[in-house]
Ligand binder design. Sequence first.
Ligand code: NDP
Ligand code: HSE
Length: 429
Amino acid sequence: MAEPFRIALAGVGTVGGGVAHQLLTRGDELAHRAGRPLKLIAVSTREVDKPRRTDLAGIPWQANCVDLASTDAHIIVELIGGEDGPALDLIEAALEARKPVVTANKALLAAHGLRLATTAESAGIPLRFEAAAAGGIPIVKALRESLITYPIECVRGILNGTCNYILTEMEATGSPFAEVLRDAQAHGYAEADPALDVGGGDTAHKLAILSALAFGVAPGTRSMRVSGITAIEQEDISFAREFGYRIKLLGVARRNGQQLDQRVGPAMVKIATPLADVDGVFNAVVVHVASAGPFIFEGRGAGEEPTTSAVIADIVDIARGANGPAFGRPARDLEPVVSAPGDACRSPFYVRFALLDAPGALAEIAGHLAHAGVSIDSMIQRPQSTADAVVIVMITHECSQTAIEAAIKAISASDKVVGIPCLIPMETI
Ligand code: NDP
Ligand code: HSE
């Protein structure tokens, strides 16, 4: 039998716990896949005595995770999390020691991916991160190795299991946002800081990784428009249904000539189109490829098992000798993102706001829209249960992001409008 492939693992929480469990209980089956036994030779966690599902008693423990890089492990698996701090220190030390790295840490890759990929390539070793985008869906490998012949036009998807779970449960049960978020945390879907999930940051991190793979740009979030789902109310979900749509948090990267439009935010997705029926913790990615696509990938996007599945796949690939640039092209060829301006980003929009029930109020709003060049396609007016206001929902004709934002700015400033308007783009593909 070939020499065992020695693995050092940092972090034994939701994901690391699953990885340790698989390595310790299914070693023989995985050895057939890897061509050699997979051996967990060291772990690092924050607390040594914490009760764990898998007994790690026989595995040497390192108090300082960075020390894993100086063990005789063939590979370092980082499943701690966090953009900086111990996770980054460990990965840097591992690459310095010329040890391949597997990580699920999208926050870290979105911030430091270019530099780490450059270091890994100079050292001639692999840096792999299948679990960092869309959980168990093998989208990283697909973009890195399979969808390489024709230019990719657009990548869009539901990339955050926590948000998709929240939106699905709010719609299905009418439960309030905070209660459903607590469920998602209990299932192990949410980030240590769930504001990253519900604020859109986690989707942005994943979109940065997918954009690098699909479009050959340096990973990063700076040029993205990012919003989350915290402003979505039950009535938006009901209105969406009335118009034949569902609300999904999407990450979208679309090529526009030499420019790239990258955005994260809630979107109205037409019922019976691929992304509309993706529910619960499931993620989905649609890759539009000139001449060849679209390709649709769907599967569980968060939680122990799907993420473990992706991490183990990376470990097995590396055990068999897989190598090559982290983002599919040499890191030196990844280009800075040139953002598409708001004028170039066009769609119809859903707009909801509360308006004083007074003469001329609606005429004033119509005036703001007309002034910005935004035309109304359809409109609903409903009485509000409180005060002397009405709820207005409008669907606009296609217009630019710049135009609708100018109109919303003027509408928000009106003394006839109560509270903050809700603006959601309608997906047209
Ligand atoms: P958890 O919070 O469940 O686990 C984190 C683990 O890291 C714990 O075992 C913790 O130790 C350990 N840890 C924390 N600080 C240190 C340190 N300084 N040194 C060594 N170990 C440390 O996180 P998850 O498993 O959910 O997430 C891990 C990574 O996977 C993150 O990057 C996350 O974004 C990513 N990810 C998570 C998914 C999910 O569904 N949960 C899906 C896809 C990616 P202790 O147990 O002692 O507290
Ligand atoms: N918090 C993330 C999510 C974990 O909910 O999708 C998977 O990356």
